[in-house]
Write a protein that binds this ligand. Structure first.
Ligand SMILES: C[S@@+](CC[C@H](N)C(=O)[O-])C[C@H]1O[C@@H](n2cnc3c(N)ncnc32)[C@H](O)[C@@H]1O
Length: 253
């Protein structure tokens, strides 16, 4: 059973990742989420669980990704399907030196992210109200040192969204649940086809999550020009075979 965490616990658990000011911003973000009815349901996670599941897991992803990157500043970072802000806006709050791109196609959510970034003073954020299949053909193509996506789709589908945005040598960090091995097996063709390689699978620390692990992939070669395919195709006809329905973390947002 995962623990309940409070805001003070985050400061202790994420020393070196988030300072007091950063955590205060996250707290303000949660207040905005709770206050914002217009954006629709941003998360099904309740207030008691939100600190650990939304903020703890997002910060843990930042910690793991940063270790894989081997540097902390000057990262151009894209988060696909940010929803209400996890993990991309969380990263922007604690890493003001990163250039953060949030790709979120739902207009209401994209508008919420823009307003929240403004309110929180995150001048390092650009919101792209687009699907990843569109963003992957724009100026962000092969331009990002780090790409994440949480609870967006099964691994091989999300990889077709993420790999075109990652620069060669860049890191793709995907938090996943108990079906990770199954998803990785299904993604074998996609990983090679998209110029990626699996670097590591790293568990989150048990205080943060006993179930979530992060698949770290490295972009080894340029992505073939035919990817991403047109909107909807990655999900309808995933690379390597018919769709398999697998659970995605937090798909209840
Ligand atoms: C289950 S929510 C997860 C939100 C957030 N990442 C989290 O962990 O709470 C999935 C999000 O992915 C977005 N999404 C779905 N398909 C997408 C695509 N092709 N490109 C970009 N975003 C997409 C949805 O609009 C939605 O906001």
């Amino acid at each position: 059973m995962d623990n309940v965490l409070g805001w003070d616990d985050l400061e202790r658990l994420f020393a070196g990742v988030a300072d007091r000011e950063g955590i205060a911003r996250l707290q303000r973000h949660w207040a905005l989420v709770e206050a914002d009815e217009a954006a629709g349901r941003l998360t099904a996670v309740d207030a008691r669980e939100a600190v650990r599941r939304q903020y703890g897991e997002s910060l843990e992803l930042v910690r793991i990704a940063e270790e894989a990157l081997g540097r902390g500043e000057g990262v151009r970072y894209a988060d696909i399907g940010t929803g209400g802000g996890w993990p991309g806006l969380v990263a922007a709050c604690v890493r003001p030196g990163w250039e953060v791109h949030l790709v979120e196609p739902l207009q209401k959510r994209a508008r919420f992210l823009e307003a929240a970034a403004r309110e929180l003073g995150c001048t390092n954020v650009t919101v792209h109200a687009l699907r990843a299949e569109e963003a992957g053909r724009g100026p962000l193509r092969e331009a990002c040192g780090l790409v994440t996506a949480r609870a967006v789709a099964e691994l091989r589908v999300v990889l077709e969204y993420a790999a075109p945005l990652a620069a060669v040598g860049g890191v793709i960090a995907l938090p996943k649940g108990s079906r990770l091995e199954e998803e990785l097996a299904a993604a074998e063709t996609a990983i090679g086809e998209l110029g990626c390689e699996l670097d590591a699978i790293l568990p989150m620390r048990p205080e943060v999550s006993e179930t979530v692990r992060v698949a770290l992939l490295r972009k080894r070669a340029s992505c073939p020009g035919r990817y991403p395919r047109r909107v909807g195709l990655p999900e309808r006809r995933p690379i390597g075979g018919p769709v398999r329905r697998t659970g995605v973390i937090g798909a209840d947002c």
